[in-house]
Ligand binder design. Structure first.
Ligand code: NOJ
Length: 565
């Protein structure tokens, strides 16, 4: 395994600093709070942390609106705190991957202030400005957060583009000075010792020449002119050469609307190491897209994951995730958070940690945190949910909040952002103050302290799986083969390599299910399961309980699990 780059052997854990742990009682998580919890990360056995943005920011989008790339957000701590964090992680052999938001800045960034006040000055061309009628935006592009992607700025007397919030103006990547500024910032942090970057919406950097109107019926109007745009490979190639080349770092591109063919051009011999695709977390979109709930079925999930697993060639490598700060809690979405929280959270853990690729675990996922409740729109903090839901109500698409509350409670990004539940003390041990977003009501039952002391627990299972992955080469780099593709209950695959074969058998359903493991013949042995009382060796037909997952090791010979039960 040693010839693999570190990030292929790594399990990455994402921290969303606002919601992780608050050390000073102001209700907002901070860097000293993360430092207090480093042993939790160490115990879990993860290899790297992806830290969502901690740069200075007015926090309209919780740090994805950067006002100073070289300063730490004062609410999160100081540069000295950040240095202590880096040291604390490195002391535990955990790497630090920072988040780089290069598509846009905050409107409070000095570059934007200068750009709007002094068009002819050095920063005049740092953003995407268009002059014209203050009543008519330059084109029909939409913001991902709802409404037009253009805002008229009275000070400059021109429109500026913002693919996200109005407070997040898009940088003009055509301007070589802008690109140099971003590379300088990235190199500045690399010199401080960071181990790589997660690159925010990085396939949106290049906008089509002339900014033409988009197809008005598109899911995200205009996106065909800025997703994987005309100069994107030039920009990312340049970023690779200026920042990543010759370093032992990782680059992970977050890429909306990414398809497999394009993904393979970005990675491998392409400019980036890894990408985040989203197809598998979009399969439950409804007729109204994200703000609607669609039916999803296991064969469809398997088929999407299978395609991304196999990729386009032998060397293909991808990311594995069900959660991040933009996604609802996976146990509520794909599992059963009421009757089978432990079982379905651990079944999902099994998938993420035994497929081929680099697993990313989001804070709280390792204890099976669930979606929250939001009784009124005033309880929702997320700019994306608030703007989109308001637009649906104002446009008459839904009558009022109550008519869409179930969708918000299913889909809103705030589900991932409720504070991490550390114990059953007030506010789940997250803060001594008033949390910026209410703690999920289930914290007396779902919390780290309880997960540590109880058996079985989601946390203990994550730990064992992470350990098993690290000590079982086929789970990292072995060939992958899906069985029973059309089965509505079973998720079964093999990972083969190094003369070993691991068979992963999951009953991904709330009903019992028998499966014939006869072809594994008595030589197979159980590596791990999410139930304790399982025979060491399968013997023909086995009965799987709801969401039961088992990993067997067997000789690579033989036909593998039969295709029919
Ligand atoms: C993607 C980030 O993950 C999300 O949280 C953010 O709102 C947008 N990019 C805009 O930066």
């Amino acid at each position: 395994m040693s010839e693999l780059p570190w990030w292929k052997n790594a399990v990455v854990y994402q921290i969303y600093p606002r919601s992780f742990n608050d050390s000073d009682g102001d209700g907002v998580g901070d860097i000293p709070g993360i430092i207090e919890r480093l042993d939790h990360l160490d115990d879990l056995g993860i290899d790297a942390v992806w830290l969502s943005p901690v740069y200075e920011s007015p926090q309209h989008d919780n740090g994805y609106d950067v006002s100073d790339y070289r300063a730490i957000h004062s609410g999160f701590g100081t540069t000295a705190d950040w240095e202590r964090l880096l040291e604390g992680l490195h002391d535990r052999d955990i790497r630090l991957v920072m988040d780089m938001v290069a598509n846009h800045t905050s409107s409070e960034h000095e570059w934007f202030r200068q750009s709007r006040s002094t068009p002819e000055g050095e920063h005049g061309d740092y953003y995407v400005w268009r002059e014209g009628d203050p009543e008519a935006p330059p084109n029909n592009w939409e913001s991902a957060f709802g409404g037009s992607a253009w805002e008229y700025d009275d000070e400059r007397g021109a429109w500026y583009l913002h693919l996200f919030d109005t407070n997040q103006p898009d940088l003009n990547w055509r301007n070589p000075r802008v690109r140099e500024e971003i590379y300088d910032v990235m190199n500045w942090w690399l010199e401080k010792g960071v181990d790589g970057y997660r690159l925010d919406v990085v396939n949106l950097l290049s906008k089509a020449e002339g900014l033409p109107d988009g197809d008005p019926s598109g899911e995200w109007v205009g996106s065909e002119h800025f997703v994987d745009g005309p100069r994107i490979f030039e920009y990312l190639g340049e970023m690779h050469d200026e920042v990543f080349a010759g370093t032992d770092t990782v680059s992970v591109g977050e890429m909306p609307q990414l398809d497999l063919e394009t993904a393979s051009e970005y990675t491998g011999d392409g400019p980036l190491d890894l990408v985040f695709p989203f197809e598998h977390v979009e399969l439950d979109f409804g007729d109204r897209g994200r703000w609607d709930i669609g039916e999803w079925r296991l064969p469809e999930l398997k088929s999407i994951l299978d395609r991304w697993q196999r990729g386009l060639d032998e060397e293909w490598w991808t990311t594995l995730f069900f959660e991040n700060h933009d996604q609802p809690r996976s146990v509520s979405r794909f599992g059963d958070d009421e009757r089978y929280r432990y079982e379905s959270a651990t079944a999902l853990a099994t998938i993420i940690l035994t497929l081929r690729g680099t697993p990313f675990v989001y804070q709280g996922q390792e204890i099976g945190m669930t979606n929250s409740t939001f009784a009124s729109l005033d309880d929702v903090a997320d700019v994306d949910s608030v703007r989109n839901v308001r637009e649906l109500i104002d446009g008459g698409v839904v009558k009022d909040y109550d008519a869409i509350r179930h969708v918000v409670e299913y889909r809103s990004r705030d589900n991932a952002r409720t504070p991490v539940q550390w114990d059953d003390s007030p506010n789940a041990g997250f803060t001594d103050g008033d949390p910026w977003l209410p703690v999920n009501d289930d914290y007396p039952e779902v919390n780290v302290a309880r997960e540590r002391s109880e058996s079985p627990s989601v946390l203990a299972y994550y730990r064992r799986l992470i350990e098993l992955r690290a000590s079982t080469p086929p789970l990292v780099s072995g060939r992958y083969n899906l069985h029973y593709p059309d089965d509505e209950q079973l998720f079964v695959y093999t990972r083969t390599g190094d003369n070993r074969r691991v068979v992963v058998v999951i009953n991904f359903s709330a009903d019992d299910r028998a499966i014939d493991l006869g072809p594994l013949d008595g030589s197979a042995s159980l590596l791990l399961g999410n139930h304790e009382d399982v025979p060491e060796s399968p013997d023909g037909a086995v009965d799987l309980r709801p969401y039961e997952a088992r990993l067997y090791e067997t000789e690579p010979r033989g036909s593998g699990p039969s295709e029919s039960p």
